[in-house]
Design a protein around this ligand. Structure first.
Ligand SMILES: [Fe+2]
Length: 207
C-alpha cells in the first residue's frame, strides 16, 4: 500500500462496510467516534502540520518512516487506523486465514489457535495505549509486535498485515474496561482475504 495525498491533502479512506456492518462486535456508536472523530482529528492535525513542510506531497508511509514528534504521531495514527478499519468485514464465526498466510501462521506459531492466543495476550499485556501487530519481514517470516502509542512496524522495515488497536477509545463504549473480551471478539470480523493480499503482494517473489 502506498497512500498518497491529493493536492497535498490526505483524505479520509472510506469504510468497506456500513456503520452498522460490524455489529455486534463493534457498534455504530464506536465507529461514529473512532472512525468519525478520532481518525478525523489525526487526519486534520496531519494536514495542518504538513503545511509547507518538506514532507508535503510525500506518501503517508514515507512521512511515517522519516518524521518525528507531532507530525510522526499524527501521520502514524492515520496509517494505523486506515490499516485497522479496512481489515474488517461483517461478522462470521468461520473467519480463518487461507492460502500463503495460513501456511506462514502455522509455520511461525504452530496453529491458528495458538497464534490467536499469543496475539490476544500481547494486546492485553500492552500497558497503556498502543497497537499489537502481525507483520512480515523481508523473507516473509511473520512477527508479532507490541507498538506503544502511535508506532507502526514500518519504522522497523516490517510489512504490517493485521492490527488490534488497544487504545481505550477502540472499545470503551462497547466493552467498557474489558480489553480482553473486545480483542477476543475481533476475530469474527477479520477479512482474511484482504490480509492474504497484504501478505502476498509484499512477498510475491518469495513464493
Ligand atoms: Fe484508535
Amino acid at each position: 500500500m502506498n497512500i498518497l495525498p491529493r493536492n497535498g491533502i490526505f483524505e479520509k479512506t472510506s469504510l468497506p462496510y456500513k456503520l452498522e456492518g460490524l455489529l455486534p462486535v463493534i457498534s455504530k456508536e464506536t465507529l461514529q467516534y473512532h472512525y468519525g472523530k478520532h481518525l478525523e482529528t489525526y487526519l486534520n492535525n496531519l494536514n495542518t502540520l504538513l503545511g509547507d513542510s518538506e514532507f508535503k506531497n510525500e506518501s503517508l508511509e514515507t512521512i511515517v518512516q522519516n518524521s518525528n514528534g507531532a507530525l510522526f504521531n499524527n501521520a502514524s495514527q492515520v496509517l494505523n487506523h486506515v490499516l485497522y478499519f479496512t481489515q474488517f468485514q461483517k461478522p462470521s464465526a468461520e473467519n480463518k486465514p487461507q492460502g500463503y498466510l495460513k501456511k506462514a501462521i502455522e509455520k511461525a506459531f504452530n496453529s491458528f489457535e495458538n497464534f490467536k492466543n499469543i496475539f490476544e495476550k500481547q494486546g492485553i499485556s500492552l500497558f497503556g495505549s498502543g497497537w499489537v501487530w502481525l507483520s512480515s519481514d523481508d523473507s516473509g517470516n511473520l512477527i508479532i509486535s507490541q507498538e506503544e502509542n502511535a508506532k507502526n512496524p514500518i519504522t522497523k522495515n516490517l510489512n504490517p498485515i493485521l492490527t488490534f488497536d488497544v487504545w481505550e477509545h477502540a472499545y470503551y463504549i462497547d466493552f467498557r474496561n474489558n480489553r480482553a473480551e473486545h480483542l477476543k471478539s475481533l476475530w469474527q470480523i477479520i477479512n482474511w482475504d484482504l490480509l492474504e493480499l497484504r501478505y502476498t503482494e509484499k512477498h510475491r517473489y518469495h513464493f
